[in-house]
Design a protein around this ligand. Structure first.
Ligand code: ATP
Length: 585
């Protein structure tokens, strides 16, 4: 099939609405392979929205979008391999170094980042000496460069640069221009948005102008300059003039600087020869001459002034688009994406061991000292075991529930808040892989803290463990259930208070009231009836059977409920991820 005419990016009637507001309105556009396309327009015009639709961060309300002939919704795993995105906002996970950041990003694409590729990327962007620096320790310009390295790590043939030089000094901006030209020379298609029109003038082959979500103009840069731009000649006069002579007025001359300068201008297809002759024949004496070629800035200002939203969209030349094979230049390991997310999440909680591991252990030890020894002295035995030993399963369950929930809820919510979730959304990771990575790490933290809690408890009550495999199974099911629950809450929440609502007002009270510290036999019949309505009671009883061989409920009931809750939570979390709920706007 002939694929040479297939555009790098094709939008057909692409529309994006946020409620009743239309951010992108029926846009049809082809971005040719290998070109540098400047997408320009005022703040809020819809440039980032357009890019987000192509990169997979947002979903179109209507219309079709293709990358190299592949549909970005149906064939997302393919198209995301072909796209690199340098987002407008600087966002990095503050737990990691430059090197780790790039290695994780490559991993999400299934690519092992080799030392050679790492050095090549860091050298090209002047970051080699910062490879082991934490991303927090980089200057603004270095962070921008790291964003570019991150977007290029999987060698995408199509690169979106969303205001890549905002807030960058002049020297660095020029260095980046050189780098963009180099990438373009190597065949990368580049889509650039910028408010520095000098930058677009310098780099772009074609220009698209967008306003109020509508595409006003798509044209070759030179043709645009020639058509709309004006060449001007500014003559500094020896003697100021009170007014423009009649002959020059007809040629459109203007007086500036209180009559000291005469400005002649010519639009497309016009010549400046006649007005200059008129100046000579008027006998005007000139001190200095300045000439000015048409500038993109004045062209864009004029275009935005003249075109209103009712302007009809530019015509598109509907060349056939056949899918171009998208093949990664590096070997792809199909399981690396999910493994990388898992590894990153585990590393993240291990970076703050005091908070994630040590603090629960101190709490457990305190429980034993306070409850086990003070109350234990009076209670002696509960359900045929010492009170201290009776406490162990409930405390282990408390650790499992809290840690699994907290790990996924806080991690994903912070990623949403900081914008680093974009790093995941632009990758070919499937919903199942994202779920697996987060839940796997949540379970790992919960199991680690659970085992350490049990170990701390064993120092007080001894290491007897009647059903170790059942204990592990219970720990795994409960952790998976609450890690998925944490993910659901992080997806739903817009504020930190909302993330804390469920653990503070529901999970912790239910766990404390679910028999961590007392046996059902110690309660009045009315409270016993209430206890049987609390699902966490059955989970704790199942763990009690596994860890101390005592339970008032058949263990199968507790395990059945655990499995049911885990499947339900994982199912809901997966469905929300599949829909992109509050994630892909
Ligand atoms: P800038 O040059 O300021 O970056 P832009 O052209 O990139 O602007 P967009 O970010 O695409 O503009 O925004 C287009 C419009 O869509 C704006 O009015 C913006 O407020 C709105 N918008 C963007 N994202 C959302 C969202 N998630 N929910 C609601 N409105 C949104």
């Amino acid at each position: 099939m002939p694929t040479d005419l297939t555009p790098a990016v094709r939008l057909r009637n692409a529309t994006k609405r946020y409620g009743s507001f239309t951010a992108l309105d029926d846009v049809s556009l082809d971005i040719r392979r290998g070109e540098v396309f400047g997408l320009l327009g005022p703040n809020g015009a819809g440039k980032t929205t357009l890019i987000s639709l192509v990169a997979g961060i947002a979903r179109p309300t209507a219309g079709r979008i293709e990358v190299l002939g592949h549909d970005v919704v149906r064939e997302y795993r393919l198209t995301r391999r072909a796209v690199g995105l340098v987002p407008q906002e600087i966002n990095f996970d503050p737990f990691f170094t430059v090197e780790e950041t790039l290695s994780f990003q490559a991993g999400y694409f299934g690519i092992h980042l080799t030392e050679e590729r790492l050095v090549e990327l860091l050298s090209a962007l002047g970051l080699l000496d910062k490879r082991r620096a934490n991303t927090r320790a980089l200057s603004g310009g270095m962070k921008r460069r790291l964003l570019i390295a991150k977007a290029l790590v999987h060698r995408p043939p199509v690169l979106f640069l969303d205001e890549p030089t905002a807030g960058v000094d002049v020297e660095l901006r020029r260095d980046l221009w050189v780098y963009v030209r180099k990438l373009s020379g190597q065949g990368t298609t580049i889509v650039l948005t910028t408010h520095y029109l000098e930058e677009a003038e310098e780099l772009a082959d074609r220009i698209g102008v967008i306003k109020n979500g509508r595409l006003l103009v798509v044209e070759d840069k030179q043709a645009l300059l020639a058509r709309y731009g004006k060449r001007t000649v500014r003559l500094r006069l020896q003697e100021p003039m009170p007014e423009v002579p009649q002959r020059l007025l007809a040629a459109g001359a203007e007086l500036h600087d209180e009559g000291r300068s005469l400005v002649l201008s010519a639009g497309a297809g016009q010549s400046l020869v006649a007005p200059l002759r008129a100046v000579a024949s008027e006998g005007l004496l000139v001190d200095d001459v300045q000439t000015r070629e048409p500038r993109l800035e004045s062209v864009i200002i004029e275009l935005l002034r003249d075109h209103d939203s009712a302007h009809s969209a530019p015509a598109i030349d509907d060349v056939p688009s056949h899918p171009v094979p998208i093949v990664s230049a590096d070997p792809v390991d199909p399981t690396l994406g999910a493994r990388t997310l898992y590894r990153k999440e585990v590393k993240r909680f291990l970076r703050v061991p005091g908070q994630t591991v040590l603090s629960p252990l101190i709490t457990t030890a305190l429980y034993f000292l306070v409850f086990g020894y003070s109350l234990g002295g009076r209670l002696r035995e509960v359900d045929g075991v010492s009170y201290s030993r009776f406490l162990v399963p409930g405390l282990v369950m408390l650790s499992l529930i809290n840690n699994s929930f907290l790990n996924t809820s806080s991690s994903l919510f912070i990623m949403k808040l900081q914008g680093t979730v974009v790093d995941l959304l632009v990758t070919p990771l499937s919903y199942l892989e994202i779920l697996g990575g987060f839940v796997g790490a949540g379970c790992t933290r919960a199991l680690l803290v659970g085992v350490l809690t049990w170990g701390t408890a064993a120092l007080f009550v001894g290491p007897a463990l009647p059903h170790p495999f059942l204990a592990l199974a219970a720990a795994f099911l409960v952790s998976a259930c609450f890690a998925a629950c944490g993910l659901i809450v992080a997806l739903w929440a817009d504020k930190f208070e909302q993330v804390n609502f469920l653990p503070t007002f529901v999970i912790t009270p239910l766990t404390f009231l679910g028999g961590v510290f007392y046996s059902a036999t110690m309660l009045s019949p009315r409270f016993q009836a209430l206890l049987h309505l609390n699902p966490i009671y059955y989970l704790i009883e199942a763990m009690r059977f596994a860890l101390i061989g005592r339970s008032h409920v058949p263990p199968a009931t507790g395990f059945g409920l655990m499995a049911l809750l885990a499947v339900a939570m994982l199912g809901v979390a997966l469905e929300l991820l599949r829909r992109g709920y509050k994630l892909r706007t």
